[in-house]
Design a protein around this ligand. Structure first.
Ligand code: ADP
Length: 158
């Protein structure tokens, strides 16, 4: 069984993330979404809130699991027998960061390789922080995120 990890901040999960997830499920038998918690990065949502939104958004996919770690994604991958990390690429600006991350991960564990999916055109501008900024600015972002994320954003702003 081919297992991959999809690590990220998911602060919050967006339709851009789900697009990458769906496409990766055509390549791997099982994908584990890994909330890789970086305590130095102050997020909009807590780890618990993010996990809750991820779980609700992916419950329709049979071969997806959700987990979190405050360690390295490659260590988590090794511990569950995963062979690949999945990441998405939007603009060229993502490339530099992802290229560096790839080298760092490969330095940490050269057995785990990375697989990149290009953002679909309609999703290429979606980032978690853009969603929050647009929402805070009064823009309707309901076509860009799962329903539970809109509900959460609305609840928090009341
Ligand atoms: P991180 O803080 O680790 O970058 P994110 O949750 O922002 O976590 O992103 C996780 C991964 O998903 C990254 O590889 C990012 O490039 C990718 N990603 C995020 N949004 C999109 C999108 N709209 N289209 C394609 N890939 C995306």
């Amino acid at each position: 069984m081919k297992i991959a990890i999809y690590p990220g901040s998911f602060d919050p999960i967006t339709n851009g993330h789900l697009d990458i997830l769906e496409r990766s499920l055509k390549v791997f038998d099982k994908v584990i979404i890994l909330l890789a918690h970086n305590p130095n990065k102050k997020g909009r949502f807590s780890v618990e809130e993010r996990l809750e939104m991820i779980k609700e958004s992916v419950q329709k996919y049979p071969n997806v699991e959700v987990a979190w770690t405050d360690g390295l994604s490659v260590d988590y991958a090794k511990s569950v027998g995963a062979t690949h990390l999945i990441r998405g690429l939007r603009a060229v600006s993502d490339f530099e960061y992802e290229f560096q991350l790839n080298s760092a991960n490969r330095f940490a564990n050269s057995d785990i390789d990375m697989v990149f999916f290009m953002a679909s055109g309609k999703n290429s501008f979606i980032t978690s922080s853009t969603i929050v900024e647009l929402f805070d600015g009064g823009v309707d972002v309901s076509s860009l995120v799962p329903h539970c994320v809109i509900e959460k954003l609305k609840k928090d702003s009341r």
